[in-house]
Unconditional design. Structure first.
Length: 185
């Protein structure tokens, strides 16, 4: 999602699991190694507070179904979820997330929600809303991010408190997950 090829080499992919697993338990995690793939300048980038290892120098963008581990399987939706590790996302990673959302929405003729399915944007509305970031090249977004990383706080546990709070809210609304003993055997 950051780029289709880099320095003349196409990006490679691999997967683990058989066809049934990939159909039923689909999960995709993309990661840009800013320290290596994006040039040596990331190694020298100053991080505000914390350590570089806990900063947005390492960003995973995850794609999975709603019934994933984040909701302990309580959600039973057919919607795909794209998530970042951080609340403050660098421009280079925002661009990648927006491209990923568009590629998927185009492939399945879908729509995109940014507010937990309260409202939906068409593909064209989403493109228009984020045209300023989508129109950037990877190198332009990367340059902006090298500046941003100096002002964004490095957080040890980026969104775990927020996830815990949302999980508790979800349990209050829907109750604890009921496990089927036969399913576990």
């Amino acid at each position: 999602m950051w780029f289709k090829e880099r320095n003349g080499q196409k990006i490679s992919f691999s997967n683990v699991g058989d066809d049934e697993m990939l159909q039923n338990d689909f999960y995709l995690s993309l990661r840009l190694d800013k320290w290596g793939a994006s040039g040596s300048r990331w190694k020298d980038a100053k991080v505000k507070g914390g350590s570089a290892i806990n900063s947005q120098k390492y960003e995973n963008i995850d794609l999975d179904y709603e019934g994933s581990y984040e909701s302990d399987g309580r959600e039973k939706g057919k919607y795909l979820r794209i998530a970042s590790n951080y609340l403050d996302v660098l421009t280079v990673d925002k661009r990648a997330m927006y491209i990923m959302a568009l590629e998927i929405a185009i492939a399945i003729d879908g729509q995109i929600s940014e507010d937990d399915k309260k409202t939906w944007l068409t593909i064209e509305e989403f493109k228009e809303k984020y045209q300023d970031i989508l129109s950037l090249t990877f190198d332009e977004a990367n340059e902006m991010s090298l500046e941003e990383i100096q002002t964004i706080d490095a957080i040890d546990d980026p969104i775990w408190e927020e996830l815990d709070r949302k999980r508790e809210e979800y349990i209050q609304i829907h109750g604890e997950r009921v496990y089927d003993d036969e399913e576990d055997e």
